[in-house]
Design a protein around this ligand. Structure first.
Ligand SMILES: O=C(O)CCC(=O)C(=O)O
Ligand SMILES: [Fe+2]
Length: 346
């Protein structure tokens, strides 16, 4: 399965009119059932403006809500985040335009390794994936070194501006999360060097073309994200599902909101107080869905281990260099929390 064309190209070639090649049939995951909840409204919403400019009462309430959201869901919608709507629109259209470039142009970015500054590809890691995923991606390391594809015109500027805004939002949320854990407001940002200019930020654009047999393929299988906090924007199509109380809860994107979720390194840092939550992306048969995530983590050589202040008896995870964790995750199939499980003590 080494030389695989993009899903977009496969769809546009017209060869998948009614059924998909068997290499794309996703065998399911015994650890996760397929019950989809009808309760799509449950994901909590956090009004970001109250965190940054609310009065003291509003601020302490929103910090409490943030803590509950992290503990109960690991996911929350962020509204009034201050990222201009136009910037969100430009990110979506620029991303769509990138995937619309000719395959030969995109192939310039067909990187091979995780730390290639820009990498366009398909599936997750076709060498190990148990089935090919109905997903193409563009992954860009946007910080501390900014990178961007040269085309489409203007995309680089949009990416740079959005990456910066996304770091600002993440860093404010991390202040609130730090407080909600009973730590000093700046604890996480300082320890993880989130504001030192060295933090690591990976931007991932996921493209899920429409699929004639959407029920047998998978966009992204059940997984958790690396890093401390991911911020995700989506075009207005459903597809993301969060595994909550043994059911898949579909996320209905609120226009122009950002969806935040706790990553594995927040679970490590908080010694399991806040847990990264398994999620997946299913696809649809009608339209192309695009999601854009930014994963925020410490500098790649930082060892992340449980904060001493939060270890009451014993650390529940061994520390690991951020870089090594990314390598570990990339070398296996994406499968629930299997990567984080390797670090659990006991
Ligand atoms: O497409 C989505 O909504 C989910 C994307 C995601 O989970 C990821 O990129 O890690
Ligand atoms: Fe994810």
């Amino acid at each position: 399965m080494t030389q695989v064309s993009s899903v977009k190209q496969l769809v546009e070639s017209g060869c998948v009119k009614s059924s998909v090649p068997s290499s794309y049939v996703f065998p399911g995951d015994p650890d996760y059932n397929s019950i989809v909840s009808d309760e799509a409204e449950g994901i909590p919403t956090i009004d970001f403006s109250l965190l940054t400019s609310g009065n003291p009462d509003q601020r302490s309430k929103v910090i409490k809500d943030l803590g509950n959201a992290c503990r109960e869901w690991g996911f929350f919608m962020v509204t009034n985040h201050g990222v201009p709507h136009k910037l969100i629109d430009d990110m979506m259209s620029g991303s769509g335009d990138f995937f619309d470039l000719r395959e030969e142009v995109k192939r310039d970015y067909a990187g091979k390794t995780l730390f290639d500054p820009i990498r366009w590809g398909t599936s997750f890691n076709p060498k190990v994936d148990k089935a090919l995923l109905w997903r193409d991606y563009l992954k860009i390391h946007v910080h501390p070194q900014f990178n961007a594809p040269k085309k489409p015109a203007g995309f680089s500027e949009t990416l740079e501006e959005y990456s910066k805004k996304s770091r600002e939002v993440a860093s404010e949320l991390l202040k609130g999360i730090s407080k909600s854990l009973g730590l000093e407001e700046s604890h996480i940002n300082k320890k993880m060097e989130m504001e030192s200019g060295l933090c690591h930020q990976l931007l991932v654009v996921n493209l899920y073309p429409p699929c004639p047999q959407s029920e047998v393929v998978m966009g992204l299988p059940p997984h958790t994200d690396h890093g401390l906090l991911t911020l995700l924007m989506q075009n207005q199509l459903c597809g993301l599902q969060v595994f909550h109380h043994h059911k898949w809860v579909p996320v209905k994107p609120l226009p122009y909101s950002l969806l935040a979720n706790i990553g594995d390194h927040m679970e490590i840092l908080s010694n399991g107080e806040y847990k990264s939550v398994v999620h997946r992306a299913v696809v649809n048969s009608k339209a192309t869905r695009i999601s854009i995530g930014t994963a925020h983590g410490p500098p790649l050589d930082t060892i992340v281990s449980p904060a001493e202040e939060l270890v009451t008896r014993a650390p529940a995870y061994r520390g690991i260099r951020y870089r090594e964790y990314l390598e570990l995750q990339q070398s296996y199939q994406l499968n629930g929390k299997s990567c984080l499980d390797r670090l659990r003590i006991n």
